[in-house]
Design a binder for this molecule. Structure first.
Ligand code: TPP
Length: 313
């Protein structure tokens, strides 16, 4: 997990550099400070399960088997990326890896993932669906419709709310009167809890238990992970509206540094082992950025690679 946490952050940093060099096509949505949620929740799944990431869940796609080069190609719209350069950022999926493509319209992924959970139940398959939503996204009707449907049918669906305190420039207190989002679970009659989203092991243990319950037929779960968005909504946003003391407060709760301390203090990782992991990531990312930069853009129509698959083949 430590490798994937560091990988998530390093890919994010490299993408930030590429963005400032004008090489990223479209927006760049950082997951800085939220890596623990993506990595630990994806780790809690089994191979046959399906994960539906949103734009800040880069780490979850890495755990599911996408490589950093896939992400660099995707963000630079190269034809060797997962969407062949036809779409940007985390808008890609691969059902062979159990990854459903992210949907831009907030909330829309919840009914889709509930549908995947329903099909799994109808076919008698052992498959749990897990997806993510931000605090802002929980104000959209689809979130409630999808969750209610999953609750009524006892579907194996786990919804992770990343409460990072802001939806673009709107603080959570201006979005809702009751800011404890997991309370909705009670309204729908399902399991719900609020946890420290910057505590990697708490996220892992809570999700693992929810996934196990869902797999046994005990129905959906709503896990609210408290965290903080450490950068702007996207790289174009300097987030001047975020009070600096809030950033300072959350910086001290950095999930990777906390996990690192846990690993060191419990004799699980030595400094030499940490260095080996960091060196491995640097090597991998040097090669993968170079690969993406030398990859071609899609070739335009009529006989190119840009159009096939955009609608039906
Ligand atoms: C239904 C819908 N409304 C508005 C938008 C535009 N939009 C994209 S991201 C975003 C903010 C999302 O905030 P939140 O759900 O809290 O997630 P975060 O960006 O904080 O991770 C908005 C308003 C959208 N994509 N879909």
């Amino acid at each position: 997990m430590y490798y994937f946490l560091r990988l998530n952050r390093s890919v994010d940093e490299r993408l930030g550099n590429l963005y400032r060099q004008g090489k990223v096509v479209g927006g760049l949505y950082s997951s800085l400070g939220q890596e623990g949620i993506s990595v630990a929740t994806a780790y809690a799944l089994e191979k046959q399960d399906v994960l539906g990431p949103m734009i800040r869940n880069l780490g979850a796609t890495l755990v599911r088997g996408f490589k950093p080069r896939d992400l660099f190609c995707q963000y630079m719209a190269r034809s060797s990326g997962p969407s062949g350069g036809r779409d940007c950022n985390l808008h890609f999926g691969d059902l062979n890896r159990g990854v459903m493509a992210c949907i831009s319209m907030l909330g829309a992924l919840i009914p889709v993932m509930a549908g995947i959970a329903l099909s799994s139940t109808l076919r008698g398959e052992d498959r749990v669906a897990l997806t993510y939503i931000g605090d802002g996204g929980t104000r959209v009707g689809d979130f409630h419709e999808g969750l209610n449907f999953a609750a009524v049918k006892d579907l194996p669906l786990v919804v992770i709310v990343e409460n990072n305190q802001f939806a673009y420039s709107t603080p959570v207190t201006s979005q809702m009167k009751n800011t404890r989002i997991s309370d909705f679970a009670q309204a729908y009659g399902i399991f719900g809890t609020t946890i420290d989203g910057n505590d990697v092991l708490e996220v892992y243990n809570t999700t693992r238990a929810a996934v196990a319950r869902a797999r046994q037929g005990a129905g959906p779960a709503l896990i609210e992970c408290n965290t903080f968005r450490m950068r702007g909504h996207a790289e174009h946003d300097d987030a001047k509206y975020v009070p600096p003391e809030l950033l300072e407060f959350w910086k001290k709760k950095d999930p990777i540094l906390r996990f690192e301390r846990y690993l060191f203090n419990n004799g699980i990782m030595t400094q030499a082992e940490q260095q080996t992991i960091i060196d491995r990531i640097t090597r991998e990312l040097d090669a993968d950025v170079a690969f993406a930069e030398s990859s071609p853009l899609p070739v335009p129509a009529p006989c190119g690679t840009a159009l096939p698959g955009v609608y039906a083949d």
